[in-house]
Design a protein around this ligand. Structure first.
Ligand code: PLP
Length: 402
């Protein structure tokens, strides 16, 4: 059969199951809507200082990094960003990637490969194999990383998925393992519902069982913890050598790119063996320049993250006051549970009709019957934004959605 016909049939099947996706191009002003859907938590996307950082970098370095990080794609600007990221996050070292997705994919696969050789100490001494313990609510990039690690490692890599935010289950998985090495993997802030990981307990479990802890701080960096230093910093485990963090530069830092924050041994493993590092063109200079400028803003205005959190809590209060099922979390992400997928899409449309761009999550991203509106709070929200948001949420309630 015509291969394109096969694709058309598959697309029709998805459409019938309500699983089609649609790209909607927006204008620079969010089409006049109040943006409660983006990850621009600190409101820095249109900031002149970031634009200046990006354009200065273009003027000096050009538009592209011109090659893989190991050939021509590491400029002194990249080195500067890595040193400043490490300093800000209290990390032993940092390595920049072209996206957060790639940072996650690369660090898990490289660690699984590197830890697979027999060695170590204690009762599991001399045993090979790696157990990767992954939270059921982890982001797709971590799920894909686990899958790839298992594919590459064959029988030597086992992945155990533990219930959402259940440090006890993680401890039990580690305690009963046969493998010599283990890695615990968790979002620091879960991207769908904004829930925080029990980072301190996860670290204690990992430490007790000789495992490494990988925390994805994508939604925490710049927002949560002291001065926006993240969940690990709030749990006072940031500088621990067995804690590895990943961040994205595309959310609070309002640009593009990602980074791994870790001990030098981990960074060496990534540079020597990380395929997503070695075989990818280095982050483009304007993104590096914008990230340096964003970091400067985050350092000099340490209250921005707290403001984003306070505004999210205010949105949660508004929603709860209207009788909607809002789940406040301590992050800048707010899930309002609507129920059925169709109702959640309807609620999203009602929001748009009342001037608010809201996100919407449906199964399989959330369990059946738990489809939700996903709102994000930004540091730069105005009283006018809150007034529009209040009217939109009231309309959602009025239409008996939620
Ligand atoms: C938790 C989490 N990790 C990683 C990523 C990937 O980061 P990036 O967009 O920089 O590839 C995202 C979303 O984009 C995310 O929500």
């Amino acid at each position: 059969m015509d291969p394109l016909e096969l694709l058309r049939q598959a697309a029709a099947g998805r459409a019938a199951a309500g699983l089609s996706r649609r790209l909607t191009a927006r204008g620079p002003d969010h089409d006049g809507l109040v943006d409660l859907a983006s990850n621009d938590y600190l409101g820095l996307c249109g900031d002149e200082r970031l634009a200046a950082g990006a354009s200065e970098a273009i003027r000096k370095w050009g538009t592209g990094s011109t090659g893989s990080r190991l050939v021509t794609g590491t400029t002194t600007l990249h080195a500067e960003l890595e040193s400043q990221l490490a300093e800000f996050t209290d990390a032993p070292a940092a390595l920049v990637f072209s996206s957060g997705y790639l940072a996650n994919l690369t660090v898990i696969t490289a660690l699984a490969a590197g830890l697979g050789t027999p060695g170590g100490a204690g009762p599991l001494k001399g045993r090979g194999g790696v157990l990767v313990v992954s939270d059921a609510g982890n982001h797709a990039s971590l799920i894909d990383a686990c899958r790839l690690a298992r594919t590459q490692g064959g029988a030597g890599v086992r992945v155990a998925v533990t219930p959402h935010r259940d440090a006890g289950a993680v401890r039990r998985a580690l305690a009963s393992r046969e493998e010599g090495a283990a890695i615990v993997v968790s979002d620091a802030v879960f991207s769908v519902d904004g829930a925080l990981a029990p980072a301190g307990e996860l670290h204690a479990a990992a430490r007790e069982h000789g495992a490494l802890l990988v925390l994805d701080e994508a939604h925490a960096f710049g927002v949560i913890g002291p001065g926006g230093r993240g969940v690990a910093a709030a749990a006072q485990i940031a500088a621990e050598p067995d804690v590895i963090r990943t961040v994205t530069l595309s959310k609070a830092a309002a640009g593009q790119g990602g980074a791994v924050l870790a001990a030098p041994e981990v960074i060496t493993a990534l540079v020597d063996t990380g395929r997503g590092f070695i075989f990818d063109t280095g982050l483009a200079p304007p993104s590096v320049g914008a990230a340096l400028a964003a970091l400067q803003v985050i350092v000099t205005e340490p209250g921005l993250g707290a403001r984003a959190l306070a505004n999210t809590a205010r949105l949660a209060g508004l929603a709860a006051g209207l009788g909607l099922r809002a789940k406040p979390t301590g992050a800048a992400v707010l899930a309002i549970v609507i129920g059925e997928a169709g109702q959640a899409v309807r609620a999203q449309q009602i929001c748009a009709g009342h001037g608010v761009r809201a996100g919407c999550f449906r199964p399989p991203s959330v369990p059946a019957g738990q489809a939700c509106l996903r709102l994000t709070g930004r540091a730069d929200m105005t009283e006018g934004d809150f007034a529009v948001a209040a009217r939109a949420l009231a309309a959602v309630r009025e239409h008996s959605v939620g």
